[in-house]
Design a protein around this ligand. Structure first.
Ligand code: PLP
Length: 352
């Protein structure tokens, strides 16, 4: 079997080996040292501003989205959400549940986000913007420079869900004016699901996270930041994923973020060129390196998915909802080689 999915993805042999080992007890100095090393490497990888805070949460990416929103915003805020697919929609749902006033910029299927869509929200008293850097359900990558400048002009906090974009697309908290970024273990980090990572700027930490009193214990980032000072989680951590993460971040630090992003870009471009040669359609908006959405106007997407997985064990990512018959996504995350795409393309030819 070979996964061309967006999470979980093909894992690296080193991670699989670590996953088979006995977990140590974690209230120890050795575990704290590992966590502090992870903090340093993660904050560096996103170029977090000096004094930024880090948390490792034992929950999937949605937990980190909810932790971020409920720790940063209150009912006194007014938040803008880019709702361009199922993950953007999830941010809106979280605001709804936590009674945080919000408005959305809604995008239709295949519609591109453009800077002029922000104009009606300029100087309207918004205090924050919630965005998925890559909206994984559509593969669209929003321009963080545009969003960062907008937030800066309007004195808003920029909260970025980079669950699928971290490592795949270039991300720089300082340059792009990001206040909080979150990601999760099962996407480009290519680890088992269950651990999420958060980096928060000193500004949002001091002005919001350490001051607010959200109605939640497990999702309150303040508790995680406080304990992380000594490298400990407030609750039992997903210890085995933490061990795998320490190893992955070592590898990433050694190769450098630029090279890691370039590797994802190379895979994406390689696959897209070949898929276009087959006459397969793709959306016209800015695509993330995380995955490539393929459009099948004849409505045979599901049939192609089944053929590839049942006959060859090649698992691409089906789309949900209204797009299920028309769209498939091919992932570029995890332990994949260019030659894997050659095989996938050859097999796809058989059924197009
Ligand atoms: C995968 C993903 C998440 C998290 O989903 P979980 O199923 O909770 O891990 C959040 N946002 C984006 C953009 C994602 O791709």
């Amino acid at each position: 079997m070979k996964l061309f999915t967006v999470g979980p993805v093909e894992m690296y042999p080193e991670s699989l080996e670590l996953g088979g080992k006995q977990d140590p007890y974690f209230r120890t100095q050795a575990f704290s040292d590992m966590m502090l090393g992870i903090e340093r490497k993660f904050l560096k990888s996103v170029n977090a501003p000096q004094g930024s805070r880090f948390a490792a949460l034992t929950m999937s990416g949605t937990g980190a989205m909810e932790a971020a929103v409920s720790s940063v915003f209150t009912q006194e805020d007014k938040v803008l959400v880019i709702d361009g697919g199922s993950f953007g929609h999830r941010f809106a749902q979280i605001c709804e549940i936590h009674r945080i006033p919000y408005q959305t910029i809604h995008l239709n299927f295949l519609q591109e986000f453009t800077a002029d869509m922000l104009a009606p929200f300029e100087n309207q008293g918004f205090t924050g913007l919630l965005v998925n850097y890559c909206e994984t359900s559509t593969g669209q990558s929003y321009d963080l420079n545009i969003l960062g400048n907008f937030c800066h002009r309007n004195g808003m906090y920029l909260i970025v869900d980079a669950v699928s974009a971290y490592l795949a697309d270039s991300l720089d908290m300082q340059q792009q004016n990001v206040d909080l970024i979150l990601t999760a273990s099962q996407k480009a980090l290519a680890l088992a699901p269950g651990l999420s990572l958060v980096a928060a700027s000193p500004r949002v930490t001091e002005e919001r996270i350490l001051k607010n009193r959200p109605n939640t214990l497990y999702l309150n980032l303040a508790g995680y930041f406080e304990n992380q000072k000594r490298g400990q989680p407030p609750f039992t951590s997903a210890v085995s994923i933490v061990r795998m993460l320490a190893q992955r971040l070592d590898v990433i630090e050694q190769s450098g973020m630029r090279a890691v992003v370039a590797q994802h870009h190379k895979r994406a471009v390689y696959f897209r060129t070949k898929a276009r040669q087959l006459g397969i359609m793709m959306p016209c908006y800015r695509l993330s390196n995380c995955c490539t959405p393929l459009i099948f106007p004849k409505g045979n997407a599901k049939q192609i998915y089944q053929y590839l997985s049942e006959k060859y064990g090649l698992v691409v990512t089906p789309s949900g909802g209204a797009q299920a018959e028309k769209e498939l996504r091919v992932g570029h995350l995890g332990n994949l080689q260019l030659s894997d795409y050659d095989i996938l393309i050859d097999r796809m030819k058989e059924i197009l």
